[in-house]
Design a protein around this ligand. Structure first.
Ligand code: PLP
Length: 368
């Protein structure tokens, strides 16, 4: 193949649709600070996601960081190293110590059966990730959190629109973070949100993202600045109109990969979880070099030579980052370590042509 295929491509509305959406900002000159677009997107997302409470943020990372702050956590948080840098950094930047739990072999989410042995008298929270849009063992995790009096905070950055037993995934736990980054299933260019059940969190999250300011005379918390601006919110309003169609198109791409790669010895394809409505966010493939005959790295290089940019997502484990050198041992989570060394996420976006999917599969299977 001689064209450049990136791992993802941002969904965008028609240019004119976006222009129509932002036109009134030239009348009001209200560009940020929870203006009309912000309010409208918040309302629409609450309805779409079926969540009782939602606060918008400038990005998913700040949403998670500020959520952990308002939860007033101390000590240790049990989490997964098989995630994007953001999850671990948000924990550490809140002065908490991450305690890494291993992941499940089939869907790569945190292994709930291994959590209780990691709980100490310093543990204050569990921070799991619905990785690749796979839903964590939410019932088991709630049981553990309740039994031990721990907060349960999900990184649901991959999970926009995913449902479990007909319930929007952002409903589980005390709160969930969503990311609306350009590379995600739904984007506001950059953006994110916290979804929550406890109404008390609403004001705290609202204040903390705007310097802790309550009113002109009262500053209640040591907040920061993580407000979503009106242009980002307008992009979200437009993209939300099309997100179901985008997910339906992703499904077609995903199914083509399944069709082409299913049954190939040495390849482990994404699982279908019971009771889960997927969003087709990613297509992770785990390579068993003994059986497939080639390592993940070799396949990655061969794809790249053809202009196809797959990603070693997630590699390295966050516990192996150089900024954490000497603090953690990636060998403590052997399943996560093994998966991170053998996984490749293939290009997947709504308008990836099926011929390109075939071309990618041909390269992987040496048929090109
Ligand atoms: C994208 C992502 C984030 C961070 O979201 P941003 O909106 O990019 O700040 C956090 N966790 C995971 C698992 C992600 O994929």
């Amino acid at each position: 193949m001689n064209k450049n295929i990136l791992v993802t491509r941002s969904s965008m509305p028609d240019f004119d649709e976006y222009i129509d959406e932002i036109r009134e900002l030239w009348d009001t000159h209200w560009l940020t600070n929870m203006g009309v677009k912000h309010q409208e997107l918040e309302r629409e997302l609450k309805a779409y996601l079926g969540v009782p409470g939602l606060q918008l943020f400038t990005n998913g990372h700040m949403a998670l960081e500020m959520l952990l702050q308002v939860m007033k956590l101390e000590g240790e948080a049990i989490t997964t190293p098989f995630t994007f840098a953001s999850t671990t950094h948000a924990i550490v930047r809140n002065g908490l110590t991450p305690v890494f739990c291993d992941i499940r072999e089939d869907d790569y989410t945190i292994d709930a059966d291994k959590i209780e042995s990691l709980i100490t008298d310093k543990t204050s929270a569990i921070v799991p990730v619905h990785v690749y849009g796979n839903v964590c063992e939410v019932e088991k995790l709630k049981g553990i959190a309740d039994r031990h009096g721990l907060k349960l905070i999900y990184d649901a950055a991959h999970c926009f629109g995913v449902k479990y037993k007909d319930t929007g995934v952002a409903n589980f736990g005390d709160a969930s973070m969503l990311s609306f980054h350009a590379t995600k299933v739904f984007n506001t260019i950059e953006g994110g949100a916290v979804c929550f059940n406890d109404e008390a969190l609403r004001d705290e999250l609202y204040f903390v993202k705007n310097f802790g300011i309550v009113d002109e005379l009262h500053v209640k918390t040591v907040g920061g600045n993580a407000k979503m601006n009106e242009f980002a919110a307008a992009m979200g309003i437009c993209n939300l109109r099309h997100v179901d169609a985008e997910i339906a198109k992703r499904k077609i791409v995903y199914e083509r990969y399944m069709e082409r790669l299913d049954g190939v010895p040495g390849l482990k394809l994404p699982v279908t979880q019971p009771f889960v409505k997927k969003n087709y966010a990613y297509f992770p493939v785990v390579f068993d070099p003994e059986v497939f005959g080639e390592s993940r790295d070799r396949v990655y290089d061969r794809l790249l030579a053809e202009g196809i940019h797959a990603r070693k997502y997630f590699y390295p484990l966050t516990s192996a980052f150089e900024c954490y050198e000497g603090h953690f041992d990636p060998k403590d989570t052997p399943v996560a370590l093994k998966i991170s060394e053998s996984v490749l996420t293939l290009p997947l976006y709504s308008d990836l042509a099926l011929e390109d999917v075939d071309g990618i599969c041909d390269v992987i299977l040496h048929r090109a």
